[in-house]
Every structure is written in C-alpha cells, then in structure tokens.
Design a protein around this ligand. Structure first.
Ligand code: AHM
Ligand code: MG
Length: 334
C-alpha cells in the first residue's frame, strides 16, 4: 500500500511508541483505549447537546461548590466506567468526585488516572467548545510498596502521559507520553482518532494573550505589568487578546498558534482558579513537551507538590518569548 494513502490511528501510534520501550506489556495501550472510547461517547452526547433533555444543570453541586451540568454527570460516569474496566487502572480521581476511587490492588493495577470529564461545561448551553483533560501517573508495581494517598499526590513531572480532548468544530485528542505532543482528529466517518498534527511545536512567540481581564485589578503587580507590557509592544508587537473561558479551547489555540494563557491569583481565588492535578498539570506537561513553559509564579507547575487532589493553582503558560518576559516582570516587581 502506498504510504500516502495510509492513515495512522491513535491506537497504532501508541503501539508504535510502546515498541520503543522494551518489556511494555500492552496494558498501557489498553488503558488509553478506555480514554478514546469514553471520549468518543462523550463527544457523541456533546454533539447532541441542544436536542433532547441534555442541557442545563443536574440539580447538584460538585466538590468545588459549582453547579453540575447534566453533561458533567454523564461524562464523569462514562470516564469512570470505561477506565474502571481496565485491569491496569488502580486509582481513579475526578473533578466531580470529592474522594478518589481506590479500585484494585493487584500488581497489574499500576496506573492512576486523574481527570476533569468536561471542563468548561458552563459554556455548553451556548454551544462553546469544551474538553476532557487527563493525567496518568504510575504507582509502584509491588502492592506492598504502595501507599494510596502518597501514590496519588505526585508532582506533575512524574506524569507518564497526559492530554486533552477538545470538543470543538472537530473533536481532537492532543496527547503526550513524553515523546513530543501529537494531535489526533476524530474522523466521524471512520470512528477513529487519526494522526493529524504530528509533533506539535509551539511558536517561540505569538500575538495573543488569553486571560479573564475582568479580574486584572486584583492580579499581583507582576501579572498586571506583564499584560500591560504585551499590550504596549514591549515584545516588539502589540498583542491582542483572545479568551473563550473554556480552558481546553484557550490552551489549544495557544499551543498551535503561540502566545500565552494565564489564570493568575485573583481576589476571589488567591491561589488561582484552575485545579493543579487534572487541569494545570496536563496542560503544563503538553506545553513543555511542545517547547513552551508553564509556571505558577516562579515555580514550574510540574514541580508543585500537591497536598490534595482538588487543590487550585495559578498558571501562566505559553511560548518561550512570552514566558521569558513574564519572568522578567517577576524580577522587576520583586
Ligand atoms: P470548570 O472546571 O468548572 O469548568 O471551570 C474551569 C474553567 C476553565 O475551563 C476556564 O479556563 C476557566 O474556568 C474560566 O474561568 P473564568 O470564568 O473565571 O474566566
Ligand atoms: Mg474543570
């Protein structure tokens, strides 16, 4: 068969990557198939969001005190179900559940998956893009060496793999297992995620910053100066703003087109709004793998030691030039 006519599916791609790791059992690829299956089911539901009785809140609040949308509840159940069926998944944790699920203790159950099943779901009612984020960690193979709580609370640099699925004008899975960032677009005719963006590299400099500017008065001075500097042309061009308010969509644009995405500390959220373990960590992992950076103040997001699974963090992530300028603003404000 001619190379030009072939397509590479996500499954083929991960199996090829696995072959580079001697001794890989295939259980990791099987785990990933739980994510692809669950997100295909979620996207099918999201695509029908204006039909039937899928819109609106489910009449409950989640652990963050936020109203749960019907699609949040559905997406969470789907992720828990299909990942829970994988023998290699020992622990699952979700934005929608206060406590993690400690599922299995067998030697095979060596992975932890932490996810936000439907980030940005308050946007669903107005047909704006939403996404699923996930972070995969490893626990010791030997059940006697395990400590469930400690195994769960690992810093982001220990992620084995991470990614997101964006339910946008097309459905796209963006993923890294530490060998670069690769994007797969769901071909609805085939029902498979097809490699469409191999080895994504962030532009060193973009032209947009992405932040909820309504809170700018309560940002710390370094963040205020950073945004003012981008707007006034300190990096050689005057930046424009783009903010959807749906993290996966804002990050996806930043990853492909460059620029910077940030959610600084604010008066309402002094530690930032986004959740470290299932929002900031997957994003930071992808940004770094694509040649960018992700910081919480001066600290690398991936080096932050989590204290709880639902802890929040501030984040600034983007291309090399913008991030250098952010660090300069931190120096000048101190
Ligand atoms: P969610 O997990 O409740 O959906 O909230 C997270 C969302 C992100 O997608 C987005 O970046 C952020 O909240 C937007 O917050 P704000 O409306 O304060 O700008
Ligand atoms: Mg979320």
């Amino acid at each position: 068969m001619e190379r030009d006519n072939t397509v590479i599916t996500f499954e083929q791609h991960t199996l090829l990557q696995q072959r580079r790791h001697p001794g890989a059992s295939g259980s990791f690829a099987w785990l990933l198939s739980g994510i692809t299956l669950a997100t295909k089911i979620i996207q099918a539901k999201v695509r029908r969001a204006g039909l039937g009785d899928l819109l609106g809140d489910a009449g409950a609040t989640n652990v963050q005190g936020e109203t749960q949308q019907k699609l949040d509840v559905f997406s969470n159940q789907v992720m828990l179900h299909y990942l829970g069926l994988r023998d290699s998944v020992g622990i699952l944790a979700s934005e929608e559940n206060e406590e993690p699920f400690f599922l299995k203790q067998s030697a095979d159950a060596k992975y932890i998956v932490i996810f936000d099943p439907l980030d940005g779901s308050s946007n669903i009612d107005v047909n704006v893009s939403v996404g699923t984020t996930f972070s995969i960690l490893r626990r010791p193979n030997d059940p006697h060496e395990r400590d469930d709580a400690l195994d769960l609370l690992q810093p982001g640099y220990k992620q084995v793999a991470a990614g997101y699925v964006l339910y946008g004008s097309s459905t796209m899975l963006v993923y890294s297992a530490g060998d670069g960032v690769h994007g797969f677009t769901l071909d609805p005719a085939v029902g498979a995620y097809i490699l469409s963006h191999e080895n994504i590299r962030m532009p060193e400099q973009g032209k947009w910053y992405s932040v909820n500017e309504a809170h700018v008065d309560s940002f710390p001075p370094a963040y205020q100066n950073f945004i003012a500097g981008l707007r006034s042309g300190k990096l050689g061009k005057k930046y424009a703003s783009r903010y959807i308010g749906s993290m996966v969509a804002d990050v996806h644009r930043t990853l492909l087109k460059g620029g910077v995405f940030l959610y600084p500390p604010t008066a309402d959220n002094p530690r930032g709004k986004l959740r470290l373990m299932y929002e900031a960590n997957p994003i930071a992992f992808l940004m770094e793998q694509a040649g960018g950076k992700a910081l919480c103040g001066r600290q690398r997001v991936l080096e932050m030691q989590p204290e709880t699974i639902h802890q929040r963090t501030a984040i600034v992530c983007g291309g090399r030039r913008e991030m250098e300028f952010f660090e300069q603003c931190l120096d000048e404000a101190s």
